[in-house]
Design a protein around this ligand. Sequence first.
Ligand code: CMP
Length: 236
Amino acid sequence: MSDTTPTASEAAIEASPTALREALRETILFARLDDEQLDHIAAAGSVQWLRRGVVVFEEGAEPGEFYLVLSGRVAIAQESDDGRESLLAVLGPGELFGEMGFLDGYNRSAQARALEESQVLMVPYAELRLLYENNPSALWSAVALLARRLRAMDRALSDTVFLDVMGRTAKRLLEMAGDDDEFEMPLTQEELASMVGASRERVNKAIHAFVKLGWMTHDQRHYKITNRRNLEIRAR
Ligand code: CMP
């Protein structure tokens, strides 16, 4: 990994041990651990700042650690043989990535890169090994994590069958917005299109249509949803 040196102001807001423990507790993987176990994991980890575009690891790389997103957003992406990209997920605070290499022993299944300035906690696999050796029942949470991801992928697969490009675009825009009607889009148009699973032109056309219908406005990356209900209906 490169370009992770924090500036003075970034270093000043580096997470405290207590904040790291609580951030770990919020995750599906570690929710059931006690304070001592969480503190061990937090102490074994290191906080890293990533600037926009920094690649945490490449698809196919040898794995050795997993990550927790503390702030910002991280994209999980795969590349086809001819260089096209498919964006599998955009992960935000509280979400983990890089654990699959630990669970199945294979190389990285996808690339991870920061979509905006992000802060992650990097924890070596050795710490997970120790945890599960001393505490085999903690592995149930790993099963739950994988099942949750499988559900999300099932839904995404169904969307490509049941929804048209406009529907999928509406759905992704709503996901990016979360509960807020105004938001900064962390993805480039190309990235958004690769997440929708359509060409940039078709996704742009869908966005233009939503603007024309009065459901949203946008200025560069600043989006404002003005008719959430209709956008939600279109995303079904
Ligand atoms: P790993 O294979 O070690 O490295 C790439 C990581 O991307 C992988 O672990 C998972 O943590 C994450 N990942 C892979 N596929 C998905 C997905 N469909 N949704 C969310 N995260 C994923």
